[in-house]
Design a protein. Sequence first.
Length: 938
Amino acid sequence: MRLWHQLLLALIPGTTLGQTVLDLNSDGWTVSSKALNISVPGRVPSQVHLDLLAANVIGNATLPYVVCYHGLNDFNLRWVADSNWTYTSKPIEGLKPKSKSSWLVFNGLDTFATIKFCDQFIGTTDNQFRQYTFDISDALKHCKGSPTISLEFGSATKIANDIAADPKSQTWPAGVQGIFEFPNRWFIRKEQSDFGWDWGPAFSPAGPWQNIYIAQFEGEGDAYVLNTDIDIYRKGQINHLAPDQTQPWIVNASIDYLGSLPKNPSMAIEIKELESGKLLKSESIDKVVLSGNTVIGTVIVDADAPNLWWPAGMGKQSLYNITVKVQSKDRDLASVTKRSGFRTIFLNRSNITEEQLAQGIAPGANWHFEVNGREFYAKGSNLIPPDAFWPRVTEAKMQRLFDAVVAGNQNMLRVWASGSYLPDFMYDLADERGILLWSEFQFSDALYPTDQPFLDNVAAEVVYNVRRVNHHPSLALWAGGNELESLMLPMAKDADPESYPALVGDYEHLFISLILPLVYENSRSISYMPSSTNNGFLEVDLSAPVPMTERYDNGTDAKGHYYGDADFYNYDSSTAFDFSGYPVNRFTNEFGYHSMPSLQTWRQAVDDEDLDFNSSTILLRNHHYPAGGPDTHNFKNTTKGMDEMTTAVKRYYPAPSKADPIGNFSAWCHATQLFQADMYKSEIQFYRRGSGMPERQLGALYWQLEDIWQAPTWAGIEYDGRWKVLHYTARDIFKPIIVSPFMDTKTGVLSVYVTSDLWEVAHGTVNLTWTDLSGTPITDNAGTPMTSQFSVGALNTTRIYETNVTNLPLDNPQDAILVMDITAQGHLPNAESKTPTTFTHRNQFTPAFAKDLELRDPQLKLSHDSQAGTFTVEASAVSLYTWLDYPAGVVGYFEDNAFTLLPGEKRTLRFVVQKDETGGKWVDGVSVRSLWDQTTGV
Ligand code: BMA
């Protein structure tokens, strides 16, 4: 049973001074719907579904995974989204009735709320992403009885439909707007994927999803800090130009407050290194700028004084605490401490220079990131909302996720447009771990309205969020939205060529004329581009009505010119491994293919009798392809997506056909993951090789890092943190130095490349070993040199071997494997030690696809050393995709997985435990299998 506490009204110490702040975040609220005759205990922050769940109205709260996500609840719980709900507080104690002024502060209401205080109307909200404040001084004076707050949330699904039905509302050419489940999401400023996406459910939650406070003021000098923008940049820095690394740092602190400050306040800024506690700067500023309810002060820090913040793998993540105090006559009026760091991060989209041309870089424009003036290879993936209900996203879970990102050798995540702006704690976790967060405004796969109220609403959202997260060194970029230039505008052009110029005009109005200046005004440190995938810009003129002239497709058509980043999906699996079809560009920010989650994960949400590829539950939980509307039974679309997975498996891998239905289901799920992982690997190694090709390709972010629920999706990490084959494979192919085979299927030419993203030359040895699948060496190593030396340049690639496979003396290409092992010495960027690091990598090539290989039983042996906490695997024949599995109840990852093991080798590995609910018993459930087992056994 859940205990309901009294509404706890705490005084918040520390950050704000001279006023009373009541914290209304607690249990003790009520959630009710008159129409449905439901009234249950609620809390803040929360959402209706979560409170209904806690009260066992929509499931059993003691079964954490079953809740909300069980079976077909995506459809069955639509009545929650389609209803209106009211959150009512208990009587609020601790308010000072005689305060000069009193304000309600909402850090986030989802989405359409009518606010009442003491039963008196206070105001309304219509944007999930904004912070709202309301003056309740009068209402408090007229309050009869004990004060209470009520928040009446209207149904977002219905309101969106009502707006769409209004004849005054904007319309767009048919077929352009991306509809997943609930329609009309583009009219409202709510997480767009709440209305369904091709990887997620459509719950459209409502509620006070962020904190609520009441601030009371007694007079001049009382200030409550609403938001703080700390902008650290090199003197003279301009967002779209490369910063000059010799310039001193400007630290610009700007505080938005409620209340009132005296006419000439001063400011004190103190900057201390987090690790050493060393004071970097302490300065009092007499000349602060007061503008509206914002107070601004600036200090200068010597160019080389701070230790720089670097992304993971490129150096340390040095952090500083910056304390900003607003003072008057030595009295502190407001004080804020933010943890920040010194770095420049710049998206270089400038034209290719003569010097670059001379280096062999193809003409066009750059499209890559530079941190502290250094270009680097961006390795990573796309982050989607980690849950359909943000209030239950815990810091512990996000720690595990971000630890997996770093363990996965990733240094950048694209925070995809159309989830939510990330909470500060996630940027904090990224700051600590060195994960760059390419962040986006929440617009995706649609064209958006441009009426003035909509623009004003967006402007407030943009300003609040840009200022809120600007101090985080992990913040890498702002992008206007997802696929707007690469997909939506071309679709609009096809659908309605006549209205196309007007539609481009609308697009530029919102994403360039409105948003760009708002980003630039609030951040000198971050680059902005209007759309996630683009061909860069022709010109930036900040005084022009459209300050950034996008290139769109106005590049030079001549072959060999490159301008932008690419987004690439191809669901025709027959060409999955044909790299001649992969995009050649400067950066790839999305690519992928979907796969099934593991059996353990399915079981968190689906009953055993439904664990079948053709069960309605499994089919309808697959949203690729999406239903395309509120129809809950679009089997046609979902079957198409399921077929893509099974067809891919059948094309390349041994198709499981096990007697035990669950065993068979599980093996099939695993097979879809093998294909997915291999396909991503094939692409990632191609893109990385491009760093040394004329396109000078400097980034690969695959779609998608993690899951929002248990379903077939593009994710590499399942809902509760379990790694799919993909995350292990990506980890392997994102290592700093890799060896990779490139087989041209048309000519039979096989080239082997070593690619490095270190910033210095590395030297090493490669061993190329041909064996048959029992592990017996092939005579004369099939004419291939066993070993050779190589050097690979900084951020470059080198071909170390080339042959024509059709000419190789192989008796039986279906019984042959080329194992490539490299060992190299090199220095990691900014490494503290002068001793070089040793890098190793193994890759393999088989002339035949896995399904045609003459596999032998590797008779895998697994042993566990409980003292050392390690697992050891041995094989008696070549073991492909050697897979260590672990039971439900524990979250973590093996140090390696899905690897090739040769007979005679021993792999000893640890399982990194991130969370254990089994009391250590999980070790007994660890098992090992390989490709061989896909078709054998139960
Ligand atoms: C791109 C993304 C997402 C989508 C994914 C998979 O379109 O930007 O919108 O979920 O591909 O289809």
